[in-house]
Design a protein around this ligand. Structure first.
Ligand SMILES: Nc1ncnc2c1ncn2[C@@H]1O[C@H](COP(=O)(O)OP(=O)(O)OP(=O)(O)O)[C@@H](O)[C@H]1O
Length: 218
């Protein structure tokens, strides 16, 4: 049995007295792919933000690789993530964006090589000098995936990665997730595309109204 790398125990979150996350319990095992499904506003993104430490629950525990988030450490340290609202800088190129993130992460020395490879890996041209604000939505989505992969973290969160991707983009995404799993990554993905989630996931959590209402093991 592989190790548990993320655990949520009785997590509750209220905004303005309204329960938004309601007794969320889950265990994420190493090197598995977890799909998060459910309607708009069901709590998928909020669960991801809670795992990362961006949101502090009112009650319950979030444990990432043995550390209690917001108690022992402020944020989860080794999770790469792609969440739409944490976008990149539109006035910079893709390479500049990734270089800046590398600097912020103290990864300057190996930056250039990694960035070129990473951009190719997600299907972007490493020599493209266009500013990101001129990218298509699909290109922005691919860049967001590159951001998540930048530091070679073992745990990856992809929030709605299928958004804005055309058919070939979706095929690429399925192949990428399978490849990342082979490389030993643990992956959490939300999507409204049931077919996609069934294709890539080992386990699906079904969310509704801030709680897990069902699980499916594939
Ligand atoms: N900072 C916030 N303040 C108040 N309410 C919030 C905040 N963040 C999220 N919510 C509310 O929490 C609920 C869950 O939102 P969340 O973004 O997690 O849904 P989701 O399942 O990811 O939905 P979608 O499929 O639309 O992305 C929503 O009703 C949302 O309005």
């Amino acid at each position: 049995m592989s190790q548990i790398v993320v655990e949520l125990r009785h997590v509750n979150k209220k905004f303005k007295r309204k329960n938004i996350l309601n007794n969320v319990n889950l265990k994420i095992y190493e090197n598995h792919v977890y799909g998060f499904s459910g309607p708009n506003g069901a709590g998928k993104t909020l669960t991801f933000k809670t795992i990362l430490g961006f949101i502090k629950p009112n009650n319950g525990d979030v444990i990432v690789e043995g550390k209690f988030i917001r108690k022992e450490v402020m944020f989860a340290e080794n999770i790469g993530f792609s969440i739409q609202e944490y976008g990149v800088l539109g006035d910079k190129t893709a390479t500049e964006n990734l270089s800046l993130l590398n600097i912020l992460n103290n990864q300057v020395e190996t930056a250039d090589m990694n960035i070129q490879q990473l951009l190719s890996y997600v299907g972007l041209d490493p020599n493209n000098k266009d500013k990101v604000k001129h990218y298509s939505l699909g290109m922005k989505q691919r860049l967001s995936l590159a951001v998540a992969l930048l530091n070679d973290n073992k745990i990856l969160i992809f929030d709605e990665p299928t958004n804005a991707l055309d058919d070939s983009g979706q095929d690429f995404l399925v192949a990428m997730i399978n490849d990342l799993k082979l490389k030993g990554k643990t992956i959490l993905i939300s999507s409204h595309d049931k077919y996609f989630l069934n294709q890539v996931s080992d386990h699906i959590f079904k969310f509704n109204e801030g709680t897990i209402v069902g699980e499916q093991i594939l």
